[in-house]
Design a protein around this ligand. Structure first.
Ligand code: HEC
Length: 218
């Protein structure tokens, strides 16, 4: 046991004297166990190289190219009458009306195709938590996510479509954001499907079309 302690203390002293304390300043080169990508073959700004005939690392702009992106006035880059899609239909992208209120209704036409798209995307992205019927009984509940609400309470029934759009885009508390995964049109399609689910839980027998009644044994 005594030997063990002696060797142990000796190894600590050896390691500290060779490697030093964490945060110590040293003029020697650090020991790189994993160099990762610290040394890459690359040209630094304003440097020289032998590859290009003029030896400059910074390459001149190719004639006829138009810069895009941050710091550019979009009207200068494109023609003066250019209008970006967001300013053409802000509600579609923000879920808000011109006066800043959550939009009620849909900024797109809700067709059969849109409903199917909504159903498809809902099944992929939302049903795991909210459940196929929107009652908050998705598979994640079994793993402890009990906070997922049902769509079939009055609060979410009464919520403006634009606010639901905002929840999908940015997420809310435990719910992640889906703005990067669903295009705005797809988000509205999902909302249309959510509305259909809500309707399906509150329908009265008079709303069932005659031709489907026999199927339901009525
Ligand atoms: C990871 C699980 C999860 C997924 C996936 C998920 N949600 Fe949610 N959702 C939640 C939880 C948890 C809440 C409750 C958030 C809160 O109020 O704290 C919630 C809340 C909501 C609400 C109510 C928002 C409010 O303001 O009260 C709506 C509407 C909703 N989700 C729609 C969707 C739609 C549509 C999708 C698919 C695009 C989706 N959710 C995907 C977990 C999820």
């Amino acid at each position: 046991m005594r030997y063990f302690f002696a060797i142990w203390i000796f190894s600590i002293v050896a390691v500290v004297s060779i490697l030093g304390f964490r945060g110590d300043k040293s003029t020697r080169n650090p020991i790189y166990v994993f160099p990762d990508m610290d040394w890459q073959a690359k040209y630094l700004p304003q440097g020289q190289n032998e590859f290009f005939a003029d030896g400059r690392n910074d390459r001149p702009v190719i004639p006829g190219t138009a810069g895009r992106g941050y710091g550019w006035d979009i009207k200068e880059v494109f023609s003066p009458d250019y209008t970006d899609p967001v300013s053409l239909n802000p509600t579609l992208y923000s879920g808000k009306d011109a006066d800043g209120q959550w939009h009620r209704g849909f900024p797109i036409e809700v067709t059969d195709e849109v409903m199917h798209l909504g159903q498809q995307k809902f099944t992929i992205f939302c049903a795991v938590c909210h459940g196929a019927g929107g009652d908050g009984n998705g598979i994640t509940k079994q793993f402890g996510m009990a906070a997922t609400p049902t769509y079939h309470d009055d609060r979410i029934r009464g919520m403006a479509e634009g606010e639901i759009f905002n929840t999908i885009t940015h997420g809310k508390n435990l719910m992640g954001a889906y703005g990067m995964k669903l295009r705005p049109e797809e988000r509205w399609a999902v909302i249309a499907y959510v509305r259909a689910l809500q309707l399906s839980h509150q329908v009265s027998i008079e709303d069932v079309p005659e031709q489907f009644k026999p199927e339901l044994g009525l």
